[in-house]
Design a protein around this ligand. Structure first.
Ligand SMILES: [Zn+2]
Length: 328
């Protein structure tokens, strides 16, 4: 966890190390940032410093018994709470609060990490408020979320908010290359996720690679205004997007193609994500390109992504993207 955290958030690590040395570590933090930005690793790293037997300059040694137990997720004083199904329920927070009061009595240190904190039910969040108003001496709480606006204002206002910047793309590509991932895959994956573990998983995932090839083919039909683009949805794409998350993926991949295509059309090859496809894109650019129509198509895809969040059928959404894809 540490190496990749150092690559992802070196500045935040320095900042927290200083805070710890100055004994100014707060009791409640809200970490906000997209997936893969290292929020949970950071919380664990700070926890490691709190429990470490030989901390140095506000940093854990990563070698003592406590540090090693944290690394393998086996330190009882560090508790992680995740949504139980769709939400974090009041019972989960109640247990946590019971622990809070116990640790206050024992004078021991406890660290709690609540992942996807926006999924706390209102009751669960309210139940947490009492802790936030009077945190015990040795208790530390880290709430993690992708969008801080989804956390109740009463909770938010009692936490110190730390924003996690996503890894710069080039840094992510280098990280992936150092993991022996092929350049073509690294270019795409770095645009899809900031999470190294997820990227490696996707690279190995045949269904992802199949979806990627299928979407590329679909893009070629769409850009050529081939009527096949419509039929292709039912005949080929649907089998790859049985889950909604996959359909979203498909539209994201499609957006990358359109974006890259536009950049290339404007001569900005540097901005192109999938550089290995440049020769292929160039073949397509040879035909006449209607920039306005492509921009409109990008808009249609974004609308399609939004519609996926509702109860509209996936096939209908994808087909309507193919239907709207006509220009004079
Ligand atoms: Zn240690």
């Amino acid at each position: 966890m540490l190496t990749s955290l150092e690559q992802r958030q070196p500045d935040l690590m320095d900042r927290f190390a200083r805070t710890i040395v100055q004994r100014r570590l707060g009791h409640a933090y809200l970490f906000e940032g997209s997936r893969g930005t290292g929020k949970k690793d950071m919380a664990k790293w700070i926890a490691a410093t709190i429990f470490c037997e030989r901390p140095d300059a506000g940093r854990p040694c990563m070698d003592c018994r406590s540090c090693r137990r944290i690394a393998v997720g086996d330190l009882p004083d560090l508790t992680e709470i995740e949504p139980d199904g769709q939400s974090i329920k009041v019972d989960q927070v109640r247990e946590l609060k019971a622990e809070f009061s116990k640790s206050a009595v024992e004078g021991s240190k406890k660290v709690y990490i609540i992942d996807d904190a926006e999924k706390m039910t209102v009751n669960a969040a309210n139940s947490l408020l009492t802790f936030l108003e009077e945190p015990g001496e040795g208790t530390y709480l880290f709430l993690l979320t992708t969008v801080k606006e989804n956390i109740l204002p009463t909770i938010r206002s009692r936490c110190q908010i730390i924003h996690f910047q996503p890894l710069r793309r080039q840094a992510m590509i280098e990280l992936l290359l150092s993991e022996n991932i092929k350049i073509a895959d690294a270019e795409l994956l770095s645009a899809v996720t900031n999470d190294l573990a997820e990227a490696k998983e996707l690279e190995q995932d045949e269904s992802f690679q199949a979806l990627r090839n299928t979407t590329w083919r679909w893009f070629q039909y769409l850009i050529a205004q081939d009527p096949m683009a419509f039929l292709y949805v039912q005949m080929n794409i649907m089998e790859h997007v049985k889950e909604k998350s996959r359909a979203l993926f498909c539209l994201d991949l499609l957006l990358f193609h359109y974006r890259d295509f536009l950049y290339l059309n404007f001569g900005n090859e540097k901005a192109v994500i999938q550089k290995q496809l440049v020769p292929e894109y160039q073949k397509l650019i040879g035909k006449s390109i209607d920039v306005m129509a492509i921009t409109q198509q990008i808009e249609n895809i974004l609308q399609g992504k939004q519609a996926l969040g509702s109860n509209v059928q996936v096939q209908g959404i994808l087909e309507s993207i193919a239907i709207k894809n006509t220009w004079k």
